[in-house]
Ligand binder design. Structure first.
Ligand code: HEM
Length: 523
């Protein structure tokens, strides 16, 4: 009897909750997708499946835009490239900057003074802290002398780490993902923060950074309010990784580490100082840069190497396309060595960016976030209500059969080399879209492409397995990255190539990178 009453009671609550969730949904808003468990059903789905959750719904419904209800707000999910472009064009109403404020408040936890400064004059390029910071980042990273300087610093730091199997790992045996993570973290942070005072030289700081992703997990799902200056209950000082990182960056600024850093850090410091932001807050803002800097370059570099070495025909095609760019030298003992300017390859060898872009396309997992700062009618049709969120999951655009073809799931870099294949707008959004494009995209592309060249020309990778075969790796969604990560690491033996891969010297626009590899290998 009791169980009958209980089930009737639960059923009534269930129906009641379902009704309330549908009540405030305007018919002009994008269609509301029901969930089996009212109120929290979609939240559970998003936490369990990450951006794959949207793919499941999109494949089932085929809708260009739809609504998911989360506790306290709605999220509009855009799947059509046309609507994504319209969102980009409507940057004030469908706002990345308001979304960034929420991120800053929850994840960077600055003082209320710094938070108010961030929220002021959001779209006034001459006045506000946030627009000025964004402008400074673009000026420091997108091209010209500044990008040049940072790329060179990065490659200088990267090159010695890739110079011999001994440098690569004890006896040349490595856990591939762990190794890539370490190399990319050290090289990227040396380039951005300067070799002398880079806080990431302390392994405890690198470890602290890894623990921070847990905080990030909550950020994407717990948007309760978009008011930037209200205190956040979500972030507390009980998160030791973040506190450790903040402390390390405060020390860094107190000892003027930024004076030896990249233009990015120097320019951000100038803007923050002009707005009277304290060193404590500047140190906290640095977490945003670290997340951008490392969370995507690491998995992308890993997958590029994985795809290349597990596909011998692609590896040998790349090697034979690179070779004509190398200058061949022969010494008195008839030992052959090669010198190559990698900068030339980046612009003259389309297969190289194609490999990186295809990796990013196939494994994309980001959902660019926007906050609705006002009611907006998208495409004269869909009402998007103020204070809700909007997500643009990249996989929806990158796995669109009508753009990429029936084989869209497969890794096929040559698809990027087809003549006259101009992509429709918003078909490739791995670096975001519109005015919010990632400022680090050129640095990241340079880093990954050069790493691929340096490894491919000098080393062979053999997986440590019974038959030496590459196993298919399962992937997992990670909330802070735009690229899927492998579920498990893979052990490989790294050996110098025999024959044509003897000695290599790499240059960047005429300047030698890292150690003299010939001297190293003959010692
Ligand atoms: C493969 C590498 C990378 C990928 C896939 C990537 C992707 C993205 C995406 C999707 C966004 C959001 C744009 C939007 O929502 O429209 C973004 C923003 C950002 N990225 Fe990257 N990124 C990468 C590398 C980097 C690097 C190396 C840096 C170096 C500092 C960086 C710094 C940033 C920053 C600071 C923002 C926020 C920009 C703003 O507030 O306007 N990213 N990135």
């Amino acid at each position: 009897m009791l169980s009958v009453i209980l089930s009737i009671g639960l059923g009534a609550i269930f129906i009641f909750l379902k009704k309330i969730t549908a009540i405030d949904h305007d018919p002009r808003e994008p269609p509301l997708i029901p969930s089996i468990i009212p109120v929290i059903g979609h939240l559970i789905g998003m936490l369990r499946h990450g951006t794959h959750y949207y793919t499941q719904i999109s494949q089932r419904t085929k809708l260009p835009i739809y609504t998911l209800r989360l506790p306290g707000r709605k999220v509009y999910i855009v799947t059509s490239p046309k609507l994504a472009t319209l969102c980009d064009r409507n940057a004030k109403a469908v706002s990345f900057r308001v979304y960034v404020l929420t991120f800053a408040r929850r994840i960077l936890v600055p003082s209320s003074k710094a938070m108010s400064a961030l929220a002021e004059n959001l779209y006034d390029d001459d006045g506000g802290l946030l627009p000025q910071t964004v402008q400074a980042m673009h000026d420091a990273m997108i091209g010209g002398e500044n990008l040049e300087q940072t790329t060179f610093a990065l490659l200088q730091s990267l090159a010695p780490k890739l110079s011999s199997p001994k440098e690569i790992g004890i006896g040349g045996r490595i856990k591939m993902f762990e190794w890539v993570k370490d190399v990319v973290t050290q090289a990227s942070t040396d380039a951005i923060y300067g070799k002398r005072d880079n806080p990431f030289h302390d392994p405890a700081v690198s470890d602290a950074f890894c623990t921070i992703d847990v905080i990030y997990q909550g950020h994407r799902t717990r948007f309760r309010t978009l008011r930037p200056s209200s205190p956040s209950h979500f972030c507390s000082k009980r998160l030791p990784g973040r506190e450790k990182l903040f402390y390390a960056f405060k020390e860094y600024y107190l000892k003027d580490g930024h004076l030896n850093a990249s233009p990015l850090v120097k320019e951000r410091f100038k803007v923050n100082s002009a707005h009277n932001i304290s060193i404590t807050d500047i140190a906290k803002f640095e977490l945003g840069v670290c997340l951008g800097l490392m969370s995507n370059s690491v998995p992308t570099s890993f997958w590029c190497l994985y795809y290349l070495y597990s596909q011998p025909s692609l590896l040998s095609e790349l090697r034979s396309e690179i070779l004509p760019f190398a200058k061949v030298n022969e010494n008195k003992e008839r030992r052959i060595s090669y010198t190559i300017d990698v900068a030339e390859l980046l612009t003259n060898l389309p297969l190289l960016p194609a490999i990186v872009k295809e990796t990013l396309r196939v494994l994309s997992a980001n959902a660019s976030g926007r906050a609705l700062s006002q009611d907006t009618l998208l495409d004269n049709r869909y009402l998007l209500k103020k204070d809700n969120l909007l997500l643009l999951p990249a996989a929806e655009f990158h796995h669109n059969e009508s753009v990429w073809g029936a084989d869209y799931r497969e890794f096929k870099p040559h698809r990027w080399l087809k003549d006259g294949s101009k992509l429709p707008a918003s078909s490739f959004r791995i670096f975001g879209g519109g005015t919010n494009l990632c400022p680090g995209r050129n640095l990241a592309m340079n880093e990954i492409m050069v790493m691929v060249v340096m490894m491919a020309m000098r080393f062979d990778f053999t997986p440590v397995s019974v038959k030496g075969e590459w196993k298919r790796l399962k992937t997992q969604f990670h909330i802070s990255t735009s690229v899927l990560e492998p579920v498990e690491d893979i052990k490989v033996d790294v050996k110098k190539r025999s024959g044509s891969g003897e000695d290599w010297t790499f240059l960047w626009k005429g300047k030698k990178l890292g150690y003299d590899t010939q001297a190293m290998t003959s010692s």
